[in-house]
Design a protein around this ligand. Sequence first.
Ligand code: AHR
Length: 334
Amino acid sequence: MKRMRTHLSSRKVIAVLTAALLATGVAACGNSDTGDSGGKDDGKITLGFSQVGAESGWRTANTTSIKEAAAEAGIDLKFDDAQQKQENQIKAIRNFIQQKVDVIAFSPVVESGWDTVLKEAKDAKIPVILTDRAVDSADKSLYKTFLGSDFVKEGRLAGEWLVEKEKAATGPVNIVELQGTTGSAPANDRKKGFADAISANPNLKIIASQSGDFTRAGGKQVMEQFLKANPKIDVLFAHNDDMGLGALEAITAAGKVPGKDITIITVDAVKDGMQALADGKFNFIAECSPLLGPQLMDLVKKVHNGEEVPVRIETQETTFTQEQAKEALPNRKY
Ligand code: AHR
């Protein structure tokens, strides 16, 4: 009797163990099918997103777009603000790996120095998506895809507009340039695209070029220095609206009329920039769209499901003159 009880209870134990093993097996199959390496068990995809910071109107609109789209798509978003520091982004990515999120996405502050942390994510089998800004890693297997603008094209469109505007110029046209964050993809690429385009007219000369870190305060401060050091400035090319808006204050304080005494070209087309353009204070904007959220969430789902995605997805953008800004402003979302 005693022996039979022992026998029965070991059968029960075996049944419980088998059920447990089966359950684990099913979960393990689910994980390997999807490439999922962990995350919460509530059926939702967990996305770790490391944002650059909150340096500009563009960035604020981008953050809103990502948060809204994640909520809409039913994706559990872990959001981190790196305050424009690469070391903060690396720390955030390592945290996401430790938390075993399903997918990591980030907008890299600068282009270089990502290989080690991206390799750590790859080893942990967590797919990475780049949004907005690129990295210069030679190993393209470190990330699944890059969703964002063609920054070289934006700089080129800005330069081509100036070449056309100044085609009748007979003497030097002095240009000052407010660069974005040093080492960032948009700063490197917009500088290149603009320089290439204006090389078509030898009268167009960049006489000063410095970083304003994509902020209004930076734009104002550097423009003040430009104005002090250079008695004749004909054109300002600012790598984003916010630096251009900061520069407006410096230009007005120096007794000059923005948009008339100094031609102002910027990139982004956020509402405040578009308002300055419609008001005649800016002269031309090359658009850079921050509304990447819905496309990003779509990609997150695809890479989580192990689907193939294009290695590069380029955002669709346009340009604005003063007249076009007046028309577009009433319906501008950001
Ligand atoms: O990476 C996109 C750039 O970053 C935007 O043009 C600028 O406004 C932002 O800070």
